[in-house]
Design a protein around this ligand. Structure first.
Ligand SMILES: Nc1nc2c(c(=O)[nH]1)N[C@H]1C(S)=C(S)[C@@H](COP(=O)(O)OP(=O)(O)OC[C@H]3O[C@@H](n4cnc5c(N)ncnc54)[C@H](O)[C@@H]3O)O[C@H]1N2
Ligand code: MOO
Length: 423
């Protein structure tokens, strides 16, 4: 259990009233998100995770003909043979495989038939071969149970009716969606174009992994975090890498990206230190729409724009960068990509820990769910610092702890699954 009673409170927020609420901030950011207006036609094999730009209507039914669900015998039952106790013998007059054209079956006769093969005209049921005894030199079958109409027949339109909307605009295409579209003969998808996201990273202390650290330096982990997060969302990335902690270098990087990108995301330099140049650079080149949110981790996140290009400045602490990306940048990106489901889903989940001390900011703590009990319970990681990246690796989700609250084990709160937010 975390001992938040005795933790040093690094965040003695003297001015929480000047911070924006999470909901207001998200609402504002989402209201600024304009869906990209360009689309492209792509092959089915390239469609995974792309977002459909149009509804897809079926212009055929699937299946498009009545067909057999089993290997066996199609039978044209006479009126007096339907659902009647007794023993029946049918003459085998045809043999139909998948891919054959529809034939005709006379009353009282049977056709050898295979799975997926068209039901012959006249046939009104199919018996599985295990139930049929072949007799008379393989010319007849014998069945000794009552036979119902329409056994093992897959009727026209059982899966899809011609005219149905099978996939809606804004759907992020999954393997089963691609398969469904191919089952009605769709050869290409019209999807929204990929968005272009420009990124750079501030911090003179940052060193590229693979090199040796000097005193006071750290490896740049946000660079790899952000690129991976954006790749998960199928974005095209323009990566300027690490830039110097000066106002000029920050402005130059923003100028380089602004005309070429739908969105710019940075990490670091959004707080109020002497070398935090993100906010002044955005104010100089464009507009700062929102800065500082009542959230932990991630308080100094900034949103703005430079002309038509939206700007999101994530905090430098790696956990703050990841949490704010998932809670703010991801829904924004999904919306401008054209997705109709862009908000994160909260799952009501029980805590397996107490919360003793009310905090001025809403806190998103790293938790792991224990599914060995019902309902599942969320265990909290013992170190919740915004620099403790291992907490993100350990966790399977974030639990939202409202501001100014205390509770005992068993409290039901919102849980956000990392699996879902990274899908
Ligand atoms: N006086 C105040 N100080 C701070 C406040 C505040 O309100 N008043 N807010 C704190 C909070 S909360 C956060 S979060 C951080 C965010 O600050 P910045 O966005 O300006 O980030 P930096 O100062 O540049 O870096 C913070 C931290 O993260 C490390 N970092 C930065 N970039 C990377 C990277 N690419 N990879 C790995 N680690 C990175 C950096 O070395 C710092 O340790 O500000 C608090 N301060
Ligand atoms: O508390 Mo900051 O918000 O360290 O991420």
């Amino acid at each position: 259990m975390i001992d938040n009673q005795h933790q040093v409170d690094y965040e003695s927020d003297q001015t929480p009233e000047f911070l924006h609420s999470i909901n207001k901030a998200l609402e504002k950011l989402i209201s600024l998100a304009k869906v990209i207006d360009s689309t492209q036609l792509i092959e089915l094999d390239d469609a995974l995770n792309r977002i459909l730009a149009v509804d897809i209507h079926a212009n055929i039914s699937v299946p498009s003909f009545n067909n057999s669900a089993m290997d066996g015998y199609a039978i044209n039952l006479k009126e007096n043979q339907i659902n009647t106790p007794g023993k029946f013998v049918f003459e085998i007059t045809d043999r139909i495989s998948a891919g054959n054209t529809v034939s005709i079956l006379e009353p009282g006769c049977a056709a050898r038939i295979f799975t997926g093969a068209p039901i012959p005209n006249g046939a009104n049921t199919v018996l599985v071969q295990e139930e049929c005894k072949v007799i008379k030199n393989k010319f007849k079958i014998k069945v000794d149970r009552p036979i119902l109409l329409n056994e093992n027949i897959r009727p026209i339109g059982n899966d899809i009716q011609s005219g149905d909307v099978i996939l809606s605009k804004g759907k992020q295409l999954q393997p089963q969606d691609i398969a469904l579209a191919s089952s009605i003969g769709i050869g290409k998808f019209e999807v929204f174009n990929k968005i272009k996201v420009g990124v750079f990273f501030t911090g003179d202390e940052l060193v590229k992994p693979g090199n040796t650290l000097q005193q006071g330096q750290i490896f740049n982990s946000n660079r790899y975090l952000l690129v991976a997060l954006l790749n998960k969302l199928s974005c095209n990335i323009i990566n300027l890498g690490n830039i110097k902690d000066t106002l000029n270098a920050t402005c130059d990087a923003l100028e380089t990206l602004k005309s070429n990108c739908d969105l710019i995301i940075t990490t670091g330099g959004v707080s109020i230190g002497d070398k935090d140049y993100i906010k002044p650079a955005i104010e100089k080149l464009g507009q700062l729409n929102l800065w500082r949110i009542k959230i932990k981790p991630g308080k100094p996140i900034a949103f703005g724009n430079i002309g038509h290009c939206t700007f999101i400045g994530l905090p430098g602490n790696p956990v703050s960068a990841m949490v704010t990306f998932l809670l703010f940048a991801r829904p924004f990106i999904k919306k401008i990509q054209g997705a109709n489901h862009y908000l994160n889903n909260a799952l009501k989940t029980q805590t397996n820990f107490d919360w003793h001390k009310p905090k001025p900011r809403c806190e998103f703590v790293r938790v792991c769910l224990d599914h060995t009990t019902f309902p599942a319970k969320a265990n909290i990681y013992t170190k919740q610092g915004s620099n403790v990246l291992s907490s993100m690796v350990w966790a399977d989700g974030l639990m939202e702890i409202p501001e100014k609250t205390t509770f005992k084990k068993g409290e039901i709160l919102n849980f956000y699954s990392l699996n879902e937010m990274l899908s």
